[in-house]
Ligand binder design. Structure first.
Ligand code: FAD
Length: 465
């Protein structure tokens, strides 16, 4: 919101909370960063504007991800993501909240396995892990400003039911998705959202689920439009996953109602509970800068209307959905991209797809959302993974600000790899560990010894080779 008119806020005394590490955003990256920093011995304050931790993973997107190097052969594929994200997946299995790693040799992303999580169970497991680690989690708390001393942040300002508080930390991690700390600290940002419709559905989306679905009927009576992609029976007695894809192009008449809603021609769905289409990814969201209050509010409301109509369209035109109803919808708009902060090193798509490796890696990763026959330039070369350099986490021009998650990576195509769930989690663990070490040593992010960071990451079972 822009206004020509201003007032000067009177000076006021605000209480101070002392911490080693302050993190804005308890999302996919932020929770992992907080757990990593706290396990490293740091006093961590994690501020989240929503009432539940989890971010896009629980409140806005889909819990489907790949922890493996790109490969067509699940038998020889290498798992490249370990550490806290892997532990989280294992703990979700124990709570009947994960599918396990489903072999997907025909996946169009060249991803050998897919793991789908139950977003409700994720909320419980991540809460448990944050509490066990001793993180001070402040929910329904908005990060809203910084105090600076030259190139160093001296305090983060937060607002919640208690009013305004200053968190005086030694190190800061921006996991807000939109780069809110970076913006307030004056770090340059690149508006990635503007061209996002050129690389995927759009910068936003609103995932929802429907119950009362007869999936057998859907497949039997609609063999052209409903394609079963993969199936798993895990030994964990928990949940199995089925994935379906709807392609209006194949059956334009039947799907005209959906097309009329300006929904994306290709809609993917995952079912992890019997009778439920758990995740319906109506990827064609609204083109907007979701880091702006007015754009975000309008997009939230437009998408609520769209999914209501989309649910009704599925009910009326897809066999198996006759008795279906919308059983849940993401609590907040799913955002793929707003603005990415300029960091010391910005990965390019060429580096990613060439499998580039760096001397200061905090993790490796092997998924690319664009990899397919249509985008051979996005397939990662053998051995199917690339490195995340430490420098990609360091906000340019700021001594004590780390970036992690979807607000990192300014190259549009490269972002289509790094922004995915395990990528954000790997960055989170790297940033959390580094911030805790810097706080303990009283050094800046650029003075930290890489050898020391590497040893700490290996102790946490991060995969680095
Ligand atoms: C529709 C959709 C479908 C997707 N499907 C997949 C998929 O199948 N597989 C996959 O791997 N990836 C998928 N993604 C991408 C992936 O989910 C996200 O990129 C990733 O989860 C982002 O993680 P993050 O931690 O960077 O941000 P987020 O998880 O968005 O976390 C940011 C957190 O910061 C909070 N926050 C923001 N501003 C403030 C503030 N000022 N103060 C306090 N808190 C704040 C937010 O509420 C949020 O909790 C999808 C994304 C979308 C939108």
């Amino acid at each position: 919101m822009k206004s020509e008119n201003y007032i000067i806020e009177p000076e006021r005394k605000i209480p101070v909370l002392e911490a080693d590490v302050f993190i804005a955003g308890a999302g996919t990256a932020g929770c992992i960063a907080a757990i990593a920093a706290a396990r490293q011995g740091a006093k961590v304050v994690l501020a989240e504007k929503m009432p539940v931790p989890g971010g896009t993973y629980t409140n806005g997107g889909i819990g489907a991800n790949s922890f493996y190097a790109m490969s067509r052969n699940p038998e020889t594929a290498k798992r490249v993501v370990g550490g806290i994200p892997y532990e989280l997946n294992q703990r979700m299995l124990e709570e009947n909240g994960g599918t396990g790693y489903i072999p997907t040799p025909d996946d169009h992303h060249h991803s050998p396995f897919r793991y789908v999580a139950d977003h409700e169970i994720y909320k419980g497991v991540i809460s448990e892990m944050l509490m066990e680690a001793g993180v001070t989690v402040l929910l329904q708390t908005m990060f809203c400003g910084v105090l600076m001393d030259g190139t160093r942040i001296t305090a983060a300002l937060i607002e919640n039911k208690d009013g305004r508080t200053a968190v005086r930390a030694k190190q800061y991690i921006d996991c807000s998705g939109d780069g809110d700390i970076a913006k307030r600290a004056g770090v340059e940002q690149v508006p990635l959202w503007q061209d996002y419709d050129k690389v995927c559905g759009g910068p936003t989306g609103l995932v929802f689920g429907m119950a009362g679905v007869d999936t057998d009927k859907m497949v039997a009576e609609n063999p052209k439009g409903a394609v079963r992609l993969s199936h798993s029976d895990t030994p964990y007695a928990g949940i199995t996953a089925e994935q379906y894809a709807f392609t209006q192009v194949r059956d334009p008449e039947r799907y005209q109602k959906i097309v009329d809603l300006d929904m994306r021609a290709f809609t993917s769905m995952s079912s992890i509970h019997k009778g439920e289409m758990t995740y319906i990814n109506n990827s064609k969201g609204i083109m907007c800068d979701a880091s702006k209050a007015m754009d975000l509010s309008n997009a939230e409301m437009e998408m609520r209307i769209k999914i209501m109509k989309f649910g009704n369209a599925l009910k009326s035109c897809v066999p198996g959905f006759e008795d279906a109803y919308i059983s849940w919808a993401s609590t907040q708009l799913g955002i793929r991209a707003t603005n990415a902060a300029v960091c010391d090193k910005m990965l390019t798509n060429e580096e990613i797809t060439a499998g580039a490796r760096f001397e200061d890696e905090i993790g490796i990763y092997g998924f690319h959302d664009l990899a397919s026959e249509h985008h051979p330039e996005c397939v990662i070369a053998d051995p199917g993974f690339y490195g995340f350099p430490y420098r990609m986490l360091l906000a340019k021009g700021c001594d004590n600000l780390f970036m992690a998650g979807r607000c990192v990576t300014t190259d549009l195509k490269a972002h289509m790899s790094t922004r995915n769930v395990p990528g954000c989690q790997v960055m989170g663990q790297g940033a959390g560990t580094a911030a805790a070490l810097c706080a303990a040593k009283n050094c800046t992010s650029r003075e930290l010894s890489y050898q020391e960071l590497r040893e700490a990451l290996l102790k946490q079972e991060v995969i680095l080779d």
